[in-house]
Design a protein around this ligand. Structure first.
Ligand SMILES: Cc1cc2nc3c(=O)[nH]c(=O)nc-3n(C[C@H](O)[C@H](O)[C@H](O)COP(=O)(O)OP(=O)(O)OC[C@H]3O[C@@H](n4cnc5c(N)ncnc54)[C@H](O)[C@@H]3O)c2cc1C
Length: 400
């Protein structure tokens, strides 16, 4: 029986698992350093307190059990890959032999070392722990304002460094949440100010000009303060300094301005790009290894014309499907198919029930776009939840 290992049970790894799970004659091991799949794409709702935290995760042990009895979940951290010996060594000392391995270990926030103080003074949002800490901080601040007239009068500055998709969504949701809270509780005087900083000339730099314009307008209407065209050069405990010599005092700082491959990926003995993602061929394999597939944010993904593909859940999912299907093809001695990953539009949540949907041909704004975004999220989450429930029942009945 062939043994396939998947490192990382998130958007990419789980799509690969879905393809492979259909074959009960393959043994599959999913490894993740967390016992859950964190739904990063819904992180903005978690931070703004719109959904409880259990709605943004899916238990991996139950989920794997739901996929089938030939799948095992290991809650451990992959540490070293020995590609010449087809072995993976984990943090807890386990040595796992494989026939094929899919590496879907994703990326982490890149706190640029060149920016003094950035790492020590700001929080990332790519992990459940980071998003949860921000949510708790935000709620504590709102609570203090409710209890104390003195606190309610004070201005509070939240600074978000990085105005890409995640920075913009978080800024909009937090500001919209605060505005509603402020009005419904008739809080006096003090305001919570959200400063969104972009090193580029605009927010969402590189997206369609209509998307940039409407998002800018929406953020301004909500009251988010935008600082564009100047990178952060230094951060102190309660003040960030920009290249244009502006300084912005803050009480809490979130950084969403960059990613780099997860440490395990960076240490893989393959060729990497400057942010540690592994360079892969058209079939998502590192040069010289036919039984190793690198997918999602861990890989330096390119479209068929060689242009970089942004690290998104949808590119992770497409690469996962491709890797799963190609492993099946290898086992059947069939022809492999190149990845051919395409961006199928983009949906950006911008506070309350307002979103922007860019289909690539046209854009939709407001509530209709919001409902499309929610449908996309639910159509991803619900089937996984159903499988996890089925798996949980199986696990419980085994223990009884
Ligand atoms: C706030 C926010 C909003 C976003 N919104 C969108 C959006 O609307 N649409 C969109 O398409 N994308 C969005 N993204 C981007 C998207 O979330 C990522 O591109 C996506 O999560 C990448 O999936 P992945 O499977 O490659 O990696 P990840 O989701 O990062 O998962 C990697 C997995 O590997 C595990 N892992 C890491 N190292 C190890 C190790 N050594 N051993 C074992 N396990 C390990 C991790 O625990 C994790 O479960 C958003 C991101 C953020 C932060």
């Amino acid at each position: 029986m062939k043994h396939i290992v998947i490192v990382g049970g998130s958007y990419g790894g789980l799509r690969a698992l879905k393809e492979l799970a259909e074959y009960p004659n393959i043994r599959i091991t999913v490894i993740d350093r967390h016992p859950y799949h964190f739904l990063q794409t819904e992180g903005y709702d978690l931070i703004a307190g719109k959904v409880p935290f259990d709605q943004t995760l899916i238990g991996l042990r139950s989920l794997c059990s739901g996929f089938g009895d030939h799948i095992t979940f290991l809650h451990t951290t992959a540490e070293t890959l020995e590609p010449e010996h087809n072995r993976l060594i984990c943090e807890d000392g386990q040595v796992i032999a494989y026939d094929y391995i899919i590496i879907a270990a994703g990326a982490v926030t890149r706190f640029f070392e060149s920016v003094e103080g950035l790492k020590g003074c700001s929080y990332g949002v790519k992990s459940l722990r980071g998003a949860f800490q921000i949510k708790q901080f935000f709620e504590t601040e709102l609570y203090k304002r409710l209890e104390s007239a003195k606190d309610a009068k004070e201005n509070y500055n939240i600074l978000i460094g990085g105005a890409g998709l995640s920075g913009v969504e978080i800024a909009a949701e937090m500001q919209a949440f605060f505005n509603r809270y402020y009005h419904s509780n008739a809080l006096a005087c003090g305001r919570l100010h959200i400063h969104l900083i972009s090193a580029d000339p605009t927010i969402l730099y590189g997206l369609h000009p209509n998307v940039i314009d409407r998002s800018t307008q929406r953020l301004k209407e909500l009251g988010v303060i935008l600082h564009t065209g100047s990178p952060i050069t230094k951060v102190e405990e309660s003040c960030a300094y920009l290249a244009n010599e502006k300084s912005i005092p803050f009480d809490f700082m979130i950084f969403t301005g960059g990613i780099m491959a997860a440490p395990f990926v960076q240490n893989l003995p393959f060729e990497h790009n400057p942010i540690g993602q592994v360079k892969v061929d058209a079939y998502l394999r590192p040069h010289g290894f036919e039984n190793i597939f690198i997918i999602g944010d861990a890989a330096d993904l390119k479209d068929p014309n060689g242009n970089p593909i942004p690290p998104t859940a949808q590119s992770a999912e497409q690469s996962g499907t491709n890797a799963g299907q190609n492993i099946v093809a290898l086992l059947k001695r069939d022809t492999l198919h190149p990845a051919n990953i395409k961006m199928k539009g983009l949906a950006i949540a911008l506070g309350e029930e307002y979103a922007i949907l860019d289909t690539g041909w046209f854009q939709i704004y407001g509530r209709p776009a919001y409902w499309v975004k929610k449908m996309i999220e639910k159509s991803y989450k619900w089937p996984l939840r159903r499988l996890a429930q089925r798996g949980f029942k199986k696990l419980v009945s085994c223990h009884c």
